[in-house]
Design a protein around this ligand. Structure first.
Ligand SMILES: [Zn+2]
Length: 245
């Protein structure tokens, strides 16, 4: 293939842009924030579960409290009714004894319920602290996640800007070069990762290998508009005054 030396040299600009675009794409995939976000999200679910668990326990204790308070209230009402009956003095001797028995057993029952209520309230207090702690841990993880996402988005936005600018430059540059040359460049790049490289001091800048004497002799015989390839890695070798030919 033939191409003007100037067009060949501009392939190096295309290669520089492609290198940067590759770097941007790599950066996008390997942002440390991505791993951080995955890590925080893992912890976040565990913390959400922890909050639900202690909130459920607290709800159960609330229900127990209400149940015990109601029961105590019912016992109290019964005691009051019994006492009023006794105080009124209108009941007979047998009923008086029955009422006194009932009052004793109601007092015992109320004592048991009140102890139970006290216990539930103590547990409630402890679990309230657990809930506050679990919510704090969750809020901390959520904040960490938001921060990591914010940093990720900022870096991605920067990368978008670079990518858009470089892609536009690339499009413009490629449109100004001979189509055949660009096609060859693209084909090599698809296979090798690089499409063109400078030959500097007899060394291919893509594979970093120094060309042997036979290869150098062949390059010396090639015309300046011949498109030549690196015998080692196959990229288009761009010759300039620095090539050492
Ligand atoms: Zn090479």
């Amino acid at each position: 293939m033939k191409a003007e030396p100037a067009a060949q040299r501009r392939l190096l600009d295309l290669a520089t842009i492609d290198t940067e675009l590759t770097r941007v794409a790599h950066r996008r995939r390997t942002l440390p924030e991505l791993a951080e976000i995955v890590e925080v999200e893992k912890g976040l679910q565990a913390r959400r579960d922890a909050v639900v668990k202690v909130e459920t326990t607290l709800g159960d204790l609330d229900r127990d409290t209400r149940r015990l308070e109601t029961e105590i209230e019912q016992v109290r009402a019964r005691e009051e009714r019994d006492r009023k009956l006794l105080d009124a003095g209108t009941v007979g001797a047998k009923q008086t004894v029955d009422l006194q028995h009932e009052l004793t057993s109601l007092a015992r029952r109320r004592g048991v319920l009140e102890d139970e209520l006290l216990e539930v309230m103590e547990r409630h207090e402890a679990v309230e602290m657990d809930v506050a702690y679990a919510r704090g841990q969750l809020a901390e993880a959520e904040q960490k996640l938001a921060e990591a996402q914010g940093r990720r988005d900022a870096v991605l936005a920067d990368l978008d800007v670079v990518e858009t600018r470089r892609s536009d430059e690339r499009k413009r540059l490629a449109s100004e070069l001979p189509g055949e040359l660009v096609s060859l460049y693209e084909r090599i790049r698809a296979n090798k990762g690089a499409g063109a490289a400078l030959l500097r001091a007899r060394r291919c800048e893509a594979c970093r290998l120094e060309l042997d004497r036979i290869a150098i002799a062949e390059l010396r015989q090639a015309l300046s508009d011949d498109v030549v390839r690196c015998p080692e890695c196959g990229v288009i070798l761009v010759r300039t005054g620095e090539s050492g030919l």
